[in-house]
Design a protein around this ligand. Structure first.
Ligand code: KIV
Length: 340
C-alpha cells in the first residue's frame, strides 16, 4: 500500500525518470499520492515544479523584457489543465480573462459573468501556475461604481482567486480607480482600445483608434493608465501603426491583441488559438489558429463511441484481472446460493 506523503514533499527540483528511462517533462511529478489514487477515475493532477535555474516571472522581469525589446507572451487560461499547459509551453503571463464568460461558460457576452465565478476559475488556474505571472480580470459590475468597490474586488481576486495581479477595462476615466488599487499594493494591468465589456456602448466589436481623434484619445488613455500606476496595458483591436506609436510613447509594456506585432507582447484566448470551438464559431481576423482541437477531440470521442458500441473498449489492457480461483469460487457460490 502506498504510504501517505505530505503535499509539500511532492515538490521536487529535479524531474523524475520515467519507466522508459527518459526524464519526465518538467511539470510531471511521480508521487506516492498519485499511486494512492491510481485506481480512481479522479486521479490528482501533477504538481508543477520549477526546474533548476527557472525563476518565476515578476513585474520586474516583464519591464526588463520591454526594455530589452524581448516580446512578452501571454495566453488566457480558464481552468487547471489549460493553465498547466500554458505554463509548460513557456507563457510569461497567464490571464484569467472574462472571455471565460463566452468561450468557456457559453454566455452571450462578458457582462453576465460574476466576480464569484471569475474567482472560482482564477483559483483553479492559480493551483497550476508557479512560474508565469498571473492576471485576473475584474468582470463588469465589480469595479465601475467607484475606487472603493474596485479595490474590494481586486482584494478578493488576489486573496480568494490567488492571482498576482488584476486587469480592468477603461482609460483616463479609470485613472483614480487604478491609482486606488495600485497604491494598495495590487499590481494592475489596464485594457484599452476595444473593451469588450463596453461592446454595446462601442456599437459592437470594432477596430478602435482608427481616426486621428480616436488615436489621440487612445494615447491619452494609455498615458493616463501608466501615470495611475498600471504595470502594463492591453491594446485590443487597434491599427498596427497606431499601436506601435502608443507602445513607443510608454514606459510600461503594451500587450497587443489585434494590434499588430510592434507591441511589447501579445495575448490570445487559448480556446480560440487552439481551435477548440466548433468551426462555425465567429473568429476575429487577428486570431491565428495554431491547433485544431475541435477536429481531434471530435474524432477521438467518435472513436470512443464506436468502441463502446462494438465492445472494443475496454480491451484487455484496461481491465483488472481477478484470480482465476477467486472467480471460480465466486461462480460456485452464486450457483449454490441459487442467485443466478
Ligand atoms: O478576457 C480576455 O480574455 C481578455 C483578453 C482577450 C485580453 O481580456
Amino acid at each position: 500500500m502506498a504510504s501517505r506523503v505530505p503535499v509539500a514533499r511532492v515538490f521536487s527540483l529535479t524531474r523524475p525518470v520515467l519507466q522508459s528511462g527518459r526524464r519526465a517533462p518538467s511539470l510531471w511529478v511521480a508521487t506516492s499520492q498519485w499511486q494512492q489514487h491510481r485506481c480512481s477515475s479522479h486521479a490528482p493532477s501533477p504538481v508543477p515544479v520549477l526546474n533548476k535555474g527557472q525563476k518565476p516571472v515578476t513585474i520586474q522581469t516583464l519591464h526588463k523584457m520591454r526594455a530589452d525589446r524581448v516580446p512578452i507572451s501571454m495566453l488566457t487560461a480558464h481552468n487547471y489543465p489549460s493553465a498547466l499547459i500554458a505554463q509548460e509551453a513557456g507563457m510569461d503571463m497567464i490571464l484569467v480573462g472574462d472571455s471565460l464568460a463566452m468561450v468557456s461558460l457559453g454566455m452571450p457576452d462578458t457582462s453576465e459573468v460574476t466576480l464569484d465565478e471569475m474567482i472560482i476559475h482564477a483559483r483553479a488556474v492559480s493551483r497550476a501556475v508557479n512560474r508565469s505571472f498571473t492576471v485576473g480580470d475584474l468582470p463588469m459590475g465589480s469595479y465601475e461604481i467607484g475606487p472603493e468597490q474596485a479595490l474590494a474586488s481586486a482584494i478578493r481576486m488576489v486573496k480568494e482567486g490567488r492571482m498576482q495581479s488584476v486587469k480592468l477595462e477603461g482609460g483616463a476615466e479609470m485613472a483614480p480607480t487604478i491609482k486606488k488599487i495600485t497604491t494598495a499594493g495590487i499590481p494592475l494591468c489596464a485594457h484599452i482600445g476595444l473593451t469588450p465589456q463596453r461592446q454595446h456602448a462601442l456599437g459592437g466589436f470594432r477596430v478602435q483608434g482608427n481616426t486621428l481623434d480616436k488615436a489621440l484619445t487612445l494615447l491619452k488613455d494609455a498615458k493616463a493608465v501608466e501615470e495611475a500606476g498600471a504595470f502594463a496595458v492591453v491594446l485590443e483591436c487597434v491599427p498596427s501603426d497606431i499601436a506601435e506609436e502608443v507602445t513607443n510613447s510608454l514606459k510600461i509594456p503594451t500587450i497587443g491583441i489585434g494590434a499588430g506585432n510592434k507591441t511589447s507582447g501579445q495575448v490570445l484566448v487559448q480556446i480560440d488559438m487552439l481551435g477548440t470551438r466548433p468551426p462555425t464559431s465567429f473568429m476575429p481576423k487577428f486570431v491565428k489558429q495554431y491547433g485544431s482541437e475541435w477536429e481531434s477531440s471530435l474524432a477521438a470521442i467518435k472513436q470512443y463511441k464506436e468502441d463502446v458500441t462494438s465492445r472494443a473498449y475496454p480491451g484487455s489492457d484496461h481491465v483488472y484481472k481477478s484470480d482465476a480461483k477467486v472467480t471460480e469460487a465466486f461462480r460456485a457460490a452464486i450457483r449454490s446460493a441459487g442467485v443466478s
